[in-house]
Structures are given as C-alpha cells and as structure tokens.
Design a protein around this ligand. Structure first.
Ligand code: PLP
Length: 397
C-alpha cells in the first residue's frame, strides 16, 4: 500500500525512503578503494531515521563491515532485533556494560587503562575474548589516546592484557568537511605515523584501521584504509556547505509529511497564534497544520519558514506552537482539510531540504534529523510501497 492509504499516520509522519538509502550506500561504495568496507553509523536511532530497519537491510551485505552506535543501549536494540554484524560503540562505555557487550560481541572504543583492566576482567567472567577498537585522538580533542610515546605504551599494555583482542584502531576528523583540508591531512598523517610505529616498534599490524567520516569519504580518498564510517551521507544529507555537492549523487532519505486539519478565511487585522506576532494585512485564507515543536519542528521557524502544499510554498504565520502551526494558503487554489503538507521533502517541482530548515532556524541539519520526535511514526517505503510503520519501536502498520 501507499503511505496516503494509512489514516493512522496523517497527523504527521517521517517518510523513510529505503531506495534512497540504497542509492547513497552504492554511491559511496563505488568511490572507495577496492578492499575498503563500510561501517554504517546509525547512532541516535540512525540520525532519527530508525537504526533497526537500516541494519536489517544490510546485515547480509559484504560491503558493510558493521554498524556504529553511541552507547551500549543502542547496540542492544540492534542485537534484540536480530542483527548479527559487528557493532562498534563510538563513545565512552561505562563499566556496568562490559560483561554484556563482551557477551553480545559489541566492540567498545577503548582509550583508558581502567577500560583495559575492566574489559579484561569482564572477558574472564564471561569466558570470551573482548574485541576492542583503540581510539586515537589526532586533533578532535574529545576522546582517545595520544599518538605519541604514551599512546604507544598504552597499546603495548593492551596487547599484553589477557582476554583482549585488538581488532581495530581509529581516529576521527574534526575538520574534514571544510574546503581547506590542511587540518584533516595533518590528522591523517599523525594517525598513519602512529599505526606505523605500532607495527614497527611493537611488531603488531592492527587488522582494521579507520578514520574517514562522510566528509572524508567524499573528499579524502587517501583516508579510506580498511573501513570508512558513513554517517550523514547515508541519510542523503550534507556534512557541510563547503563540501562539493556535485561530487556524489546522494538522495535525501527523510521527508516530513502532515495534513491540513482546518481552513478558514480571516479578516484584515486578525492576529494569529501566541503573541499575535502575525496580523493579517487583508482578507487571508489560513490553514492549520497539526505538528509543532513537540515533534521536533523548530519553533525558530515562527514567521520565517515555509511548507509545501500542492507543490507551492506556503509561509508560516505567527508562532509555531508545541503541536500545531498556521500557514497562509491564500495564493494556493482550492486548499481544503485533509490536503497533504510537506514540511521537509519534495512536492512536484518544489523542495524543502533539511539544510534549508537548518539555515532558517539557525540549527544544524544533523541535529534536526535526530530531533524528529518520537511521536512521529517512521514510514519505511521501498519501491513506492510501505514496508513498515514504526512508532516508538513498535510496528503500527
Ligand atoms: C558520528 C561519527 C561519525 C559519522 O560522522 P558523519 O559526519 O555523520 O559521517 C563517524 N565517526 C565518529 C567517531 C562519529 O562520532
């Protein structure tokens, strides 16, 4: 069935275009050096798109090494859903989770001696090797060991820990999304020199080295290595304004759709929404859209943003409320209750991108996708048909 045939999602839904995800993965993979595989970064529930359906789609695909998340609970969601591939936790893992992650083959990013000791202990208790990826700080200054003598001593200690298997080593670019790649290349060089020292001085060539994020995949082919970590571009969004948008033909994955619930004519002088910040200059046709900042639609779009109705732009009148807002549809013919409203996405020849919403609201495209609220059902569409509808982790199809 088509999304428009389901009435339980009409208030507002995020349409997730699985064909677009497949396109984005293919486009990235084609650009990689042969032998380089991918990690799909699906933290924050897949940047708001839903991690489980994406992981399911790729769990049998050899191009994909595995998945990356931010914390153990996000990894458990994937294992609970039957996902088999390796999962890497990108952030710090607190010790309460060590036994569970070892049991479930979830790899932590490791960078302190306490973590080494705790994971070795967990490995003993579980009776299974703990696979780890060492995190190196080459310039992000967030987490990670330093690529110097102290870092080398850390790797040496990790190698000697009974029960630990150093499967990977990685770093993260802070500025690969800028036109000027000087800082990113400096990070790459520090990382390469450090892994070479581990090989030459400790006699250990770590199997999986990785450093590229989306911007690196797009513009730093030298940084491919064994795996790359694809985040924002998986979702068809851009790492920044500065990366070359013509370089790879990504398709945006998420659209945000609602439907008009009320249409009325107002007289000149009528105030609309909280604070009366909009006053009708003349007779206007005003429609109400039942979505608001409680759904993650930015309140900063008040009086500034636009939506699409019948392929045309309609401006937001007055303040965006928690669950509703009003638009001016005077110039759009024959608008009625039940008509579709596109908050993000394509309608005929018009398009409102996550980046446009970000620019107008002073927010960040990554952040907007993550913040689409949990009361908005995610509607997974493949080849035009609805595969599943998920609301708060349950299927409501
Ligand atoms: C979030 C994250 C990524 C993905 O970044 P994008 O810019 O979305 O590609 C990769 N690596 C690490 C360590 C991250 O935290």
């Amino acid at each position: 069935m088509k999304p428009e045939e389901y009435s339980n999602i009409k208030r507002g839904y995020a349409l997730i275009d699985m064909d677009a995800i497949r396109n984005n993965v293919d486009v990235m993979y084609q650009s990689l050096a042969s032998g380089t595989r991918m990690i799909l970064v699906i933290k924050t529930d897949g940047y708001g798109h839903g991690s489980v359906p994406i992981a399911h789609m790729y769990d049998q695909d050899d191009r994909i090494w595995g998945y990356a998340v931010a914390c153990p609970e996000e990894a458990y969601d994937l294992r609970d859903a039957g996902i088999h591939k390796p999962i890497l936790i990108l952030g710090y893992t607190f010790d309460y989770a060590y036994e569970d992650i070892v049991r479930l083959d979830i790899r932590p990013a490791v960078f302190t001696e306490e973590m080494l000791d705790g994971l070795a202990e967990a490995s003993r208790r579980v009776g299974k090797k703990a696979k780890i990826h060492i995190k190196v700080d080459t310039g992000m200054s967030r987490i990670g060991i330093r690529p110097d003598d102290t870092g080398l001593a850390f790797v040496k200690k990790a190698m000697s820990c009974e029960g630990l298997e150093i499967e990977g080593i990685f770093t993260h670019f802070a500025r690969a999304d800028e036109t000027d790649k000087k800082y990113a290349y400096r990070q790459l060089e520090l990382f390469k020199n450090f892994t070479a020292r581990i090989r030459d001085e400790l006699g250990f060539d770590i199997e999986l080295k990785h450093c590229s994020n989306s911007a690196g995949i797009m513009e730093m082919p030298e940084a491919n290595m064994d795996i790359v970590r694809a985040g924002i571009t998986l979702y068809g969004l851009w790492p920044s304004d500065e990366v070359d948008h013509s370089r790879m033909a990504f398709k945006p994955v998420m659209s945000l759709i609602s439907h008009i619930v009320y249409v009325k004519e107002v007289e000149a002088g009528t105030q609309i929404s909280y604070g009366g910040t909009y006053i009708a200059p003349d007779k206007r046709l005003i429609a109400t859209v039942p979505v608001g900042y409680g759904d993650g639609y930015p309140r900063m779009l008040s009086g500034k943003g636009e939506v699409l109705v019948k392929g045309k732009r309609a401006p937001i009148c007055g303040r965006v409320c928690m669950d509703q807002f009003m638009i001016d549809v005077t110039d759009i013919p024959e608008v009625k209750t039940g008509d579709k409203v596109t908050l993000i996405g394509f309608d005929a020849d018009e398009h409102i991108s996550m980046e446009e919403i970000g620019d107008i609201s002073g927010r960040f495209n990554y952040e907007l996708a993550c913040d689409v609220g949990k009361r908005i059902p995610r509607v997974y569409v493949s080849g035009g048909d609805v595969e599943d509808i998920i609301l708060d982790r349950r299927s409501i199809k």
